[in-house]
Design a binder for this molecule. Structure first.
Ligand code: AMP
Ligand code: MG
Length: 345
């Protein structure tokens, strides 16, 4: 059966969200936009409903979900306590693309936390997401909208084929604002640990006078059996079928030279900054934009396109690893299964 489609791309008929909100209450799935990426939502307090998310995505049952809330009353019910650092972060960054890990209360079912004693919570700023939560009156568990392993959905057209019929409703809000999933953090001994980088950067959090540590697996490869603070890190993600190689240098010309060198010998697709497009000899080139914000917006859609070229290899330009660049490099390294060439300046 096809999913029911609600078009909120170029209008604000938010009344239409009441029907899918009802579906959430009844234990069904709804695909909806947030400011980060699209999500597949279910009532976070309904174990059976949450199970449907794992089935629809083919997601590993030990990979926990984020509960999305629309007000602080919901938060209080889901957690045992809210620390001082967490309060500061909430005040500054909520609603927005920051997910905070808390100790969970008894009402949070084990299925959403994959058996952990902690629960990940976020208050999205996207108007459609906010209203869906508000109208349904329950926290909504929602992972990124994609079959597990694939790039996350940032526009409905990209994910329609793989998810149509697996959810009761699809709410189309057009292209999302950010294009990368939320920053996931946990406060341990007064320090913020970044478990997954996103739009809210280390520097943004440090500006509140809080110490920040970046988990080493964010840019490094996960080794089998290694202890992780965020189970999601263990799984293959964002990867096209074609082999991808990430190439980076602080010196733009050296990066271009290396990519040209590799692509001259192979049938390649190149993903590059718009300003570098003309510098490549290859025929198949896709522009990622120029700023880090533009690259975030485009990267998942582009990763979904590259397989269509039936190329031997995909060569992707890297970006600087600080600020928002850290989040982009984290996703690209995983898309490239850690095939990475860095050339010194
Ligand atoms: P996604 O739903 O695809 O945006 O992924 C959610 C991310 O949040 C995954 O990387 C999870 O590992 C992480 N996450 C969710 N709940 C927890 C938790 N309780 N502790 C640590 N990480 C979590
Ligand atoms: Mg995901």
């Amino acid at each position: 059966m096809k999913s029911k489609y609600i078009n909120l791309k170029d209008n604000q008929n938010y009344e239409k969200i009441k029907e899918p909100a009802q579906a959430i209450k009844q234990g069904n799935l709804v695909l909806f936009p947030t400011e980060t990426v699209y999500g597949i939502g279910a009532n976070a307090l309904d174990e059976k409903a949450v199970k449907k998310i794992y089935e629809a995505k083919g997601r590993a049952s030990d990979n926990p979900l984020i509960a999305h809330i629309s007000n602080l009353e919901m938060l209080k019910k889901l957690v045992t306590e809210i620390g001082e650092r967490e309060k500061k972060l909430i005040e500054k960054f909520w609603p927005g693309p920051l997910t905070i890990i808390f100790n969970k209360s008894n009402i949070v079912p084990n299925i959403i936390t994959a058996g952990l004693e902690t629960v990940a919570i976020r208050m999205p700023s996207n108007e459609i997401a906010k209203r869906l939560i508000e109208y349904s009156g329950v926290p909504i568990a929602a992972p990124s909208a994609n079959i597990s392993g694939k790039p996350s959905g940032t526009i409905v057209e990209d994910i329609l084929e793989e998810l149509d019929g697996k959810v009761e409703y699809i709410i189309d809000g057009g292209m999302v604002d950010i294009g990368l999933e939320s920053t996931v953090i946990r406060v341990i001994d007064g320090k913020v640990h970044i478990l997954r980088p996103g739009k809210i950067t280390k520097e943004d959090i440090e500006s509140l006078g809080i110490e920040v540590e970046i988990e080493k697996q964010i840019l490094g490869k996960y080794e089998e059996g290694e202890k992780v603070l965020s189970p999601g890190i263990k799984y293959k993600h964002y990867a096209p079928n074609t082999k991808c190689i990430l190439v980076y240098s602080n010196n733009n010309e050296k990066m271009v030279e290396k990519i040209n060198e590799v692509s001259n010998e192979k049938n390649a697709v190149i993903l590059c900054r718009t300003s570098n497009l003309e510098k490549y000899n290859a025929t198949n080139k896709l522009a990622m934009g120029n700023t880090l914000e533009e690259i975030c917006n485009n990267i998942f859609t582009l990763l979904r396109k590259v397989d269509k070229y039936n190329a031997e290899i995909v060569l992707i330009e890297g970006v600087q690893k600080d600020g928002l660049g850290l989040a982009i490099m984290n996703r690209l390294l995983r898309a490239c299964a850690y095939n990475y060439i860095e050339i010194e300046e």
